[in-house]
Design a protein. Structure first.
Length: 331
């Protein structure tokens, strides 16, 4: 059954605490809509008594072909449930697939959250993608988890007088958007990562979002958005200036955010993985210096309508040949 965001929020609050990660909430689906053009957020549930299966996602029109595809928001998504009963989950999946087919959905691509383990609620194909990193906030001294290079960089920033503080996210949304895009430009990142102002505005207005900033003499050196869930804080988007990189401000940003989350009683700080699947990826190497703890990131795919998918293949044969492993090869 298709439901509105209010009903979706109610379901989300009924989930076990370990599943209530901010990036899996209905409000994240709504906020992430500001990143896209033409997509609409959609929330769907299947219920039997007190048991339920819930899925929030983006429904996007297919390019030049009648119908839609389904994608999780930027980062993570996928279905959630308050039971692991296999028969119930199978019935929920069949009902969901019937809805998707009736809606005209050709295919679906989902990124499951490594800390939620919600790939088990998905009935399509599942594939291991990469390792991700998280910090245990219940372990006492945070520095004991960091590798030597991380501790050295944090101390370097502190010795230079770099200061961390939480800033008012709505008041500084535009400044962070500009700072973040400048950081992505310096890295020569793909346009996909250069989000528009409306995305940052929507994220900043969400109460669970916090903006952390490391600065020196009022100059921003590193800044990041952190998402607060029931038990987990997620490191969402961050960037550093050239001066910030030289002074190690990004490392101090993570340490200060972890320390703050630990004081507030959160159990884990999720850092994510690298920009690709390689164990030698520079971003993954950087994050791995903060913790020995890992969680596997899985992706999921499902073809809901083979006929529509075939029309897409015929429409763009070259794109399909170039990316045969991608179900949404046209994106």
């Amino acid at each position: 059954m298709r439901i509105d965001v209010g009903a979706a929020r109610n379901l989300f609050e009924r989930l076990p605490r370990q599943l209530r990660l901010a990036s899996l909430s209905p409000d994240y689906v709504l906020a992430d809509t500001g990143r896209l053009s033409g997509s609409q957020p959609l929330f769907w549930r299947y219920e039997e008594g007190e048991r339920f299966w819930y899925h929030g996602f983006h429904l996007t029109p297919l390019p030049e072909v009648d119908g839609f595809d389904i994608q999780s928001p930027y980062g993570y998504g996928g279905p959630l449930a308050n039971t692991e009963d296999a028969d119930f989950l199978a019935r929920a999946w069949r009902a969901y697939c019937d809805m998707a087919t009736a809606t005209g959905v050709a295919a679906e691509f989902v990124r499951f959250h490594p800390l939620a383990g919600n790939a088990g609620f998905f009935g399509g194909s599942i594939e291991e993608n990469r390792q991700t990193v998280w910090i245990d906030l219940t372990a006492g001294d945070l520095f004991s988890q960091y590798q030597g290079r991380g501790r050295t960089t944090i101390r370097k920033a502190q010795a230079a007088g770099v200061r961390f503080e939480w800033q008012d996210a709505p008041a500084h949304a535009a400044r962070f958007a500009e700072f973040y895009r400048a950081g992505m430009s310096a890295l020569d990142a793909a346009p996909y990562y250069r989000f528009p102002d409306r995305y940052f505005s929507a994220m900043a207005d969400w109460p669970c979002v916090r903006l952390g900033v490391c600065s020196l003499d009022e100059q921003w050196l590193a800044a990041g958005l952190f998402l607060q869930g029931a038990e987990v804080v997620e490191y969402h988007l961050a960037a550093s200036s050239g001066a910030g990189k030289r002074l190690g401000a990004g490392s101090l940003l993570l340490h200060a955010a972890a320390s703050s989350a630990q004081i507030e009683g959160f159990r884990r700080l999720y850092l994510g993985g690298g920009t690709d699947c390689s164990a030698a990826n520079p971003l993954y190497f950087y994050k791995s210096g903060f913790s020995p703890h890992r969680a596997v990131f899985y992706i999921g795919t499902h073809c809901h309508d083979a006929a529509r998918q075939e029309r897409l293949r015929r429409r763009w044969p070259q794109l399909h040949r170039a990316n045969p492993e991608r179900l949404l090869f046209y994106r």
